[in-house]
Design a protein around this ligand. Sequence first.
Ligand code: NDP
Length: 327
Amino acid sequence: MFNALVVEKTETGTQADLRQISYDDLPAGDVTVAVDYSTVNYKDGLCIGPGGGLVRVYPHVPGIDFAGTVESSDDPRYRPGDKVILTGWRVGEVHWGGYAQKARVKADFLVPLPHGLTTRQAMAVGTAGLTAMLAVMALENHGLEPGKAPVLVTGAAGGVGSVATALLANLGYEVAAVTGRPETADYLTALGATQIVARSEINEVTKRPLEAERWAGCVDAVGGDMLARVLGQMCYGASVAAVGLAGGASLPATVIPFLLRGVNLLGIDSVMQPFENRQKAWARIAKDLPLSKLEGMIVPAVLSDLPRLGKDILKGQVQGRVVVDVN
Ligand code: NDP
């Protein structure tokens, strides 16, 4: 028997409780993993509570990412003792996830832990950090290089934003961090931001489709009005990597920045990302993310903290990266 956070459907919604379950309860899959750490993402907030419609079948074990050690494997790619990471593939939504001491998944969903990272560090990075890395890689593929105007990071004190800020600063970019929480300024500066932009300065759409050119690139975790506004502030030929919707799913923009400034809007998906690109992104994280800064983002937690943390992340109240020690 082992511990798991199990979400049950109730008459009024859902209820998440810490429970003992057994290997027989785990879903089918070809690799069984002893989970070391998981983390908390916005989607986890939805799946711990009743929201989102992401979970179809109850009882459910949430946790959209985890890192741990292979216990048994029917797949030749993995052997007992191998360290692995799981992100995406709708694990924690459609499949049972990482909020348990054991998980059973398809081998296709896993990537080997890259050299240079521990399983704890991998979950400090987590889906949020992987997505930040994919966003930076997409910007690089579209010509971003240091030495031009600052790169904007929106939702900077959140998970994606924190990792994007630290990565970009370490790669030599000047980083402008947008936050709605002025009290996080010291934290963001410690991650490498050289400019703090107040959310209120940038989160309303203006009548002007183009403003002065300010940003050489942008990692956007917010969407909505802020993304629309940022498009009109991009430098000629610059790109925005659209990662999230913390501020809304709409995009009340005009096409003018695309037509007159050659601005690019790049979509970033971490969930169905092919294995090769995932592996490439994890190798880049191990190389380019300063581990001392990663340590500074970590908020430690245990399984019993998750009902509270799930609510906090939905309210935008989590700073940095929660690392859940499931043991
Ligand atoms: P967090 O909750 O950790 O961070 C989101 C941040 O956005 C907050 O910390 C806050 O930053 C800012 N924010 C929150 N509400 C608003 C608002 N109403 N208006 C403007 N800014 C706001 O979440 P994550 O960093 O984990 O994820 C960020 C987004 O990216 C989410 O929408 C998530 O669903 C998405 N995502 C997408 C992935 C993909 O594959 N495309 C993968 C992972 C995440 P501050 O306090 O600094 O202003």
